[in-house]
Design a protein around this ligand. Sequence first.
Ligand SMILES: C[S@@+](CC[C@H](N)C(=O)[O-])C[C@H]1O[C@@H](n2cnc3c(N)ncnc32)[C@H](O)[C@@H]1O
Length: 226
Amino acid sequence: MTTTKAYKGIAMEGPIAAWYAKTTLKDVKRHKLMAAQLAKKIPAHDRMLEIAPGPGYFCIELAKLGQYQIMGLDISKSFVEMARKNAAEAGIQAEFRQGDAANMPFENQTFDFIFCQAAFKNFTQPVKAIAEIHRVLRPGGVAVIVDLRRDASQADIEQEIKDMGLGPINEILVRWTFQHMLLKSAYSVDEMKAMVSQTPFGTCQIDVSGIGFTAWLEGRAFDHGG
Ligand SMILES: C[S@@+](CC[C@H](N)C(=O)[O-])C[C@H]1O[C@@H](n2cnc3c(N)ncnc32)[C@H](O)[C@@H]1O
């Protein structure tokens, strides 16, 4: 039997997950800003799913801003364990589960709001992941996908790296990762729109800023079968 690997490249487990968590903790303001922006759009008590939360920093920042029912789903066992530990240490309520974005372990229409940041380009089945987002989102609910865009300029990338406030060795590592891995997997706005058009969402709004794009998708009533 052959199985499709759920992510591109190497698994974010063990020391790689630990390096990512340590490096991105220095850039926690990215999660604080995003949480502040999205909290304005998420009513209290809503069921929020973050797909691929990694160490869980965004969920933790969001939980500090309101009474949400927060769930995280990540393919990496190391990240699920880390996110649970980080949330417990921060004293916030959130549940983290292991699973694939393209085959989510949730019932239809479970969530009011879905968020996915800096991870969509890593999925090996991106169209299936968007269709799954539609399936688990309630009609009228909102999903937001934020990621690097393939046509980000070198100047934008340098600015982003500078803003991360890294040490010299991590700067070199992160620059290498952008050039040789991340940009190669990233999608353009037109590619994102083409993928969304193959799912029940049909269309989406995409904003572009700096190195990234933000895609806004709205859940519609749809018979998913079953
Ligand atoms: C670069 S990290 C981003 C983590 C976090 N969202 C952030 O902004 O720092 C990419 C994440 O995608 C997760 N991932 C990759 N493929 C996945 C899949 N098919 N389903 C769920 N998570 C996946 C990885 O385990 C990792 O946590």
